[in-house]
Design a protein around this ligand. Structure first.
Ligand code: GLN
Length: 493
């Protein structure tokens, strides 16, 4: 058995046919992690002992219930990697920051609780840009994560570790968070499938918040069907997240009715294709997908999203504003295990601090990296009494316009098809000194978060070299449309 060949679907078939045991599969994955991850840097911490223990238990359940448990629980025994800003009780959750280096989660995030009761097995926590701020995972305080297609290139971000865990075959599925593109963009750059669900589709309880009006948790996997399977497991209303909604997703999420899917109208926003700085392979790749749908008989028409050009500026006011407020709780005292050997030297700082304010300043100065600092400063500025109206209020109005663009377009079409990233994976270091260039990586993904819509990144087929992803954007809570259309593309040539 070569774990590299497996999707979740195929893994379950293998278990059903008794081709291997759960324990042997999970052991093989850890062997692969041991040999590959020193180069790829996807994982920040591993959960080998508990994973192997769970695997043994799963084999025992299989021995008794066999096919029954595999058929009724599609996530049973599925090895998953989890972004390090999602809490698993008893394990570290650093959010890629030194400030949380010693933080051990005291409860499970709702998505983790759901995956646990569905039988999934957690392999470890994955690297990310500090507090999910970034598009390359270079802002992690711990390590670089490398693109499996070219080790000199970034995997995208901020959920770079989760994308590489899947693309590097070191997990069958993973979770990330997407506030402005952090699932879709790394999925695109690494050749994985990544879904940002509708705002409210998945509970964010137990995810370390970045910008609460934009954040969503979502899955990565190797196929659209696998992504649908994970999404169905983690979605649903939760009393611990007041924004979560009670949507009853049907079986068609995973097994679409292609007759219905073929009736969906696809919109192509004209503003997304004349962007300066978009590379040729991306353009060609996206055009090949448009051609595919046209040739398959889908109705494809041009739509307009005229306020897209303001989305990035709007996002970079709203996000820092919310982030500055969310990150205020990280003072280096709470969520930090204070001890003599803490990397921040909390005790030394404590004994040297002149007063409480001085302690806060010292902790935050040492604990936060450049990007969080930049955004906290920006955020407090745009929220300050003198500038609130000029920046924050105005950005909220622009956000309504961006949303309205989509509402209007969705009167004419059911799904919108766009690029995910203007370029393929860039070189490590290429954009890290230029925050503006980095921010542009998310030009096609950010409007979707501003509007709260579901979006998925799917690898374009037939690309030699670095992967290109295309994005399908759906109406609110119509994940079934984009997942169905995605599966149609995957299945047909
Ligand atoms: N790259 C974007 C940013 O830096 C998106 C982040 C995200 O989705 N978490 O804000």
């Amino acid at each position: 058995m070569n774990v590299k060949d497996f999707t979740i679907e195929k893994y379950h078939k293998g278990l059903l046919n008794k081709e291997f045991t759960v324990a042997s599969f999970i052991e093989e994955i850890f062997n692969l992690i041991e040999s590959e991850d020193s180069r790829l840097g996807a994982y920040l911490s591993l959960m080998k002992i508990s994973a192997l223990d769970e695997a043994k238990k799963a084999d025992e359940v299989l021995a008794i219930r066999g096919a029954d448990v595999l058929n009724s629980q599609p996530m049973f025994a599925v090895p998953m990697a989890i972004k390090d800003n999602i809490l698993i009780k008893g394990h570290r959750a650093t959010a890629g920051s030194k400030l949380l280096e010693n933080y051990i989660a005291s409860y499970d995030a709702t998505v983790i609780r759901k995956l646990k009761s569905a039988g999934a097995i957690f392999l470890g926590k994955t690297n990310m840009d500090e507090f999910a701020m970034g598009s390359s995972t270079e802002n992690s305080a711990y390590q670089k994560t490398r693109n499996p297609y070219d080790l000199e290139r970034v995997p995208g971000g901020s959920s770079g570790g989760s994308a590489v865990a899947v693309a590097g075959h070191m997990a069958l599925g993973s979770l990330g968070t997407d506030t402005g593109g952090s699932i879709r963009q790394p999925a695109s750059l690494c050749g994985a499938v990544g879904l940002k669900p509708t705002y409210g589709a998945v509970s964010r309880f137990g995810a370390i918040a970045l910008a609460s009006s934009l954040d969503q948790i979502g899955p990565f996997a190797k196929t659209v069907k696998d992504v649908a399977t994970i999404f169905k497991t983690i979605s649903g209303i939760d009393k611990n997240d007041g924004t979560s909604q009670d949507i009853k997703y049907g079986e068609d999420l995973i097994n679409p009715d292609f007759e219905k899917i073929k009736k969906l109208k696809i919109g192509i926003p004209k503003e997304y294709f004349n962007l300066e700085g978009m590379d040729e392979v991306t353009k060609q790749g996206i055009n090949s997908v448009i051609d595919f749908y046209k040739k398959s008989g889908f109705e494809v028409k041009e739509v307009s999203l005229p306020n897209t050009k303001y989305a990035l500026s709007c996002y970079y006011i709203i996000l820092p504003a919310e982030a500055s407020s969310n990150l205020a709780r990280f003072d280096g005292i709470r969520y930090a295990k204070v001890g003599p050997s803490t990397p921040l030297g909390v005790n030394e700082i404590r004994s040297n601090a002149k007063n409480l304010l001085d302690l806060y300043v010292k902790n935050k100065t040492q604990g936060f990296g450049d990007e969080p600092k930049r955004r906290i400063i920006l955020g407090t500025y745009v929220l300050s009494s003198g500038y609130y109206d000029a920046y924050y209020s105005k950005a909220q109005k622009v956000r309504s316009l961006v949303k309205k663009d989509f509402t209007d377009a969705f009167k004419e079409v059911d799904v919108i098809l766009t690029p995910v990233s203007p370029t393929v994976a860039f070189k490590i270091g290429e954009k890290s000194a230029d925050p503006l260039a980095m921010y542009l990586s998310d030009i096609f993904t950010i409007p979707v978060n501003l509007a709260g819509l579901p979006g998925i990144s799917i690898p374009v087929k037939g690309i030699n070299g670095l992967p290109v992803g295309f994005q399908l954007i759906g109406k609110s809570f119509r994940e079934a449309d984009i997942l169905g259309l995605g599966q149609y593309y995957e299945k047909n040539d």
